[in-house]
Ligand binder design. Structure first.
Ligand code: GRF
Length: 209
C-alpha cells in the first residue's frame, strides 16, 4: 500500500514532530513526512525537519492581511504536495473554517489535557491549578472549534503532590510522544471510523505490509 503523505504544522520546539520523525525512522509509523510548516521563522521544529531531510517552510503571517489569506497560502502548499494527513504538533494558530473544510477528517491535533477538560492554552497549568489528580493528553480530529473535535486517543498520568506545572507537563509530554504517532498511524491505515462524536478504532487489516 502506498504511504500516506503527512504534513506537520508546528510553531515551537517541535518535540512532537521529533517523536513523529523518530517513529517513522523506527518503522512504527508508516507515512511519508512530506513537509513541515511553521508560522514562526525561528521555530526549532523547522531545524528538526531539515535535519531529517524533510522540506521545511516558514509561512509568515505578517505577509497576509487576513487569516483567510494566510490559511489559503497554507492550503495551496498542502494541495501542491498532495498531502493526505495534517498533524498539528504545537501549532499555535487557529485554523479557519475554510482550511478545516478543505481537509475533512484529515487534520489531527495533540492537546496536553484530557479533553473536554482544560481546552485552550497552558492546559497543563490549568489542570495543575485546578487540582485534578489525573491529567493527560488527547489526540483528536480538528473541527471548527478549539480543541473540540472527536477524540482518537487519550493517555492519563498521575498528578503528584510535589508536582509543579513544569514537572507535570514533562510527564504528560512523554505520553504525547507515544500516542500522537500511534493515532497518525491509525488514521493512515484508515482505521478510524467517526460516529458522531465517537471514534471507533477498527481492527488492523491482515497483511498490512
Ligand atoms: C505540546 O504540549 C502539545 O500538546 C501542545 O503544544 C506543545 C507542543 O510541544 N499542543 P512541542 O513543540 O511538540 O515540543
Amino acid at each position: 500500500m502506498e504511504k500516506k503523505a503527512l504534513a506537520v504544522l508546528a510553531s515551537g520546539r517541535g518535540t512532537n514532530l521529533q517523536a513523529i520523525l523518530d517513529a517513522v525512522a523506527a518503522g512504527q509509523l508508516r507515512v511519508d513526512v512530506r513537509v513541515v510548516i511553521s508560522d514562526r521563522g525561528d521555530a526549532p521544529a523547522l531545524d528538526r525537519a531539515r535535519q531529517a531531510g524533510v522540506e521545511a517552510i516558514f509561512v509568515n503571517p505578517r505577509q497576509y492581511s487576513t487569516r483567510r489569506d494566510f490559511d489559503r497560502a497554507l492550503i495551496a502548499i498542502l494541495q501542491e504536495r498532495k498531502i493526505d494527513i495534517i498533524a498539528l504538533a504545537g501549532y499555535m494558530r487557529i485554523l479557519g473554517p475554510e482550511f478545516v473544510r478543505t481537509f475533512p477528517r484529515r487534520i489531527v491535533n495533540i492537546h496536553p489535557a484530557l479533553l473536554p477538560a482544560f481546552p485552550g492554552l497552558e492546559a497543563q497549568t490549568q489542570a495543575w491549578r485546578y487540582g485534578v489528580k489525573i491529567a493527560g493528553c488527547t489526540v483528536h480530529f480538528v473541527d471548527e472549534g478549539v480543541d473540540t473535535g472527536p477524540i482518537i486517543l487519550q493517555a492519563a498520568v498521575p498528578v503528584l503532590d510535589d508536582d509543579t506545572p513544569e514537572t507535570l507537563a514533562a510527564r504528560i509530554l512523554v505520553e504525547e510522544h507515544r500516542i500522537f504517532p500511534q493515532a497518525i498511524q491509525l488514521l493512515a491505515e484508515n482505521r478510524l471510523q467517526i460516529e458522531g462524536r465517537r471514534v471507533r478504532i477498527l481492527p488492523a487489516a491482515p497483511d498490512q505490509d
